[in-house]
Design a protein around this ligand. Structure first.
Ligand SMILES: Cc1cc2nc3c(=O)[nH]c(=O)nc-3n(C[C@H](O)[C@H](O)[C@H](O)COP(=O)(O)OP(=O)(O)OC[C@H]3O[C@@H](n4cnc5c(N)ncnc54)[C@H](O)[C@@H]3O)c2cc1C
Length: 416
């Protein structure tokens, strides 16, 4: 069986190794000069390749039942076995899995070794320009800038536009459309949020443990807790990444999006209130700057004083308890108005993509038999924590295996 794979990213390399293991003659095309470049950037260079805390709740997908079935064929356990059996020690940090070396290059080097040993023909610096299906020959034609290849089965593993230069990375989507697939609108995921609120700039550079509540038109969409980062354009950090795709879709629908920040998530409301009224009684004669000393990072307090309309040397007693209380409330309910998410080029993943019910349980296209789609190309994405690479390994394995053994006669186009 001749199998062509477009894209040597995480899912494409896994598909290639698997298809070769099932005795296919595999050709892997990559537009970059090396395979798997993106892997080097994952997990801040450490490659968070999976997570033991695995459930369907970690994924966004329109058909979780089918997704779960696919994951059961190459699970987190299989990911662990795959890497360990190939000699990679793994490190478990509270369930987050990394190579023991904490070097993403370990994973890339492993794939390069496996591809070579499996006899996969790798063609790099090779941009695929066109793909067609010849009904008579029952074969896929793949055109590059200089050559033409034919395959029995074809896997599109091109990924999406996330972390690519503006306007790039949509080739896979266009190709899928050409074969009759429909696309769910794509938005950046695992990305920073932008705000024009005046106080944000004053807090830029500060990191704080916080609880965050994302709302659109007063409906709560998500709650997250973790290390928040204030930046000169808005907010960032893992908790922000986790709900950024919901913010992106809400903004796309023209909704008003806000994030309410609680900088004292460790304190109950009543406890915080009691402490603040005691503080007021004790420090009435302080200036606001003195009064707020020790609450949080000084930059936050200074920005909040300004935002509330006061000066750092204003006396607490001159404001009175009601105004001071309003100021203190900002530490628990700081509302940030979000006007945009950062662009696709800053995103770790692209949410949306090829509609999931247009592929079968083997990730074979229901529009064109013999054609497979993997990874980010499909409308499946996970939260931060190794879940997207897990999807890349699983989808690559499932598609690679099926493409290698699928020689059913009926590969005629089902396109309408
Ligand atoms: C900075 C960053 C950090 C991340 N960290 C993590 C992490 O720690 N854990 C985690 O689970 N996920 C992480 N991710 C997400 C994860 O990397 C992706 O979800 C995953 O790589 C998607 O795999 P894929 O095979 O679908 O696509 P990709 O890995 O993007 O691979 C697609 C490949 O296809 C090639 N290609 C595209 N078009 C063509 C063409 N026309 N011809 C030939 N080749 C083509 C591309 O060059 C690329 O090599 C991170 C992403 C980024 C950007």
């Amino acid at each position: 069986m001749k199998v062509g794979i477009i894209g040597a990213g995480a899912s494409g390399m896994m598909a290639a190794v698997t298809a070769a293991e099932y005795h296919a003659e595999v050709t892997l095309f990559e537009k970059n000069d090396r395979v798997g470049k993106k892997i080097l950037a994952t997990g801040n260079g450490k490659c968070n390749l999976g997570n033991l805390d695995f459930s369907m709740e970690k994924y966004y997908c329109d058909d979780k039942e089918k997704l779960e079935k696919i994951f059961s064929r190459f699970s987190v356990r299989d990911t662990i076995s795959f890497f360990e059996e190939n000699g990679v020690f793994l490190r478990n940090k509270n369930g987050y899995l990394y190579p023991y070396s904490e070097q993403a290059s370990t994973i890339l080097d492993l794939f390069r070794k496996l591809l070579q040993k499996a006899g996969v023909s790798i063609i790099t610096s090779c941009m695929i320009t066109d793909v067609s299906f010849d009904e008579k020959k029952c074969a896929f034609g793949v055109r590059t800038e200089e050559d033409y290849f034919e395959f029995d089965n074809l896997i599109i593993a091109c990924g999406g536009p996330a972390s690519q230069k503006k306007g790039e990375g949509t080739f896979g989507f266009r190709l899928a459309e050409r074969f009759g697939h429909s696309l769910k609108p794509q938005v950046p995921g695992l990305v920073q949020l932008c705000s024009k609120d005046s106080f944000i700039k004053g807090m830029a550079g500060v990191r704080a443990q916080a609880e965050l509540q994302l709302s659109a038109e007063n409906t709560i969409l998500s709650m997250q807790q973790g290390e928040l980062q204030f930046t000169d354009y808005g907010i960032s950090g893992i908790p922000v990444f986790q709900f950024s795709r919901q913010a992106a879709y809400a903004l796309r629908e023209g909704k008003k999006v806000t994030v309410e920040i609680n900088l004292f998530p460790d304190y109950e409301e009543m406890d915080f209130r009691d402490r603040m009224s005691a503080r007021f009684e004790k420090m009435k004669e302080d200036t606001l700057e003195e009064f707020l000393l020790g609450m949080t990072n000084k930059k936050i307090s200074t920005a909040l004083i300004k935002y509330a309309g006061w000066k750092t040397d204003d006396k607490v007693s001159s404001l009175g308890y009601r105004r001071v209380k309003e100021l203190l409330n900002l530490y628990r309910r700081l509302r940030v108005h979000i006007h945009a998410v950062k662009g696709m080029e800053n995103a770790q993943i692209c949410a949306g993509g090829v509609v999931f019910n247009e592929v079968d349980d083997n990730l074979q296209s229901l529009r064109q038999r013999g054609l497979y789609l993997t990874g980010e190309l499909l409308d499946v994405d996970g939260i931060c924590g190794g879940y997207n690479l897990q999807w890349a390994w699983t989808s690559g394995y499932v598609a690679g295996r099926s493409a290698a053994i699928n020689n059913q006669g009926d590969r005629k186009s089902d396109r309408k």
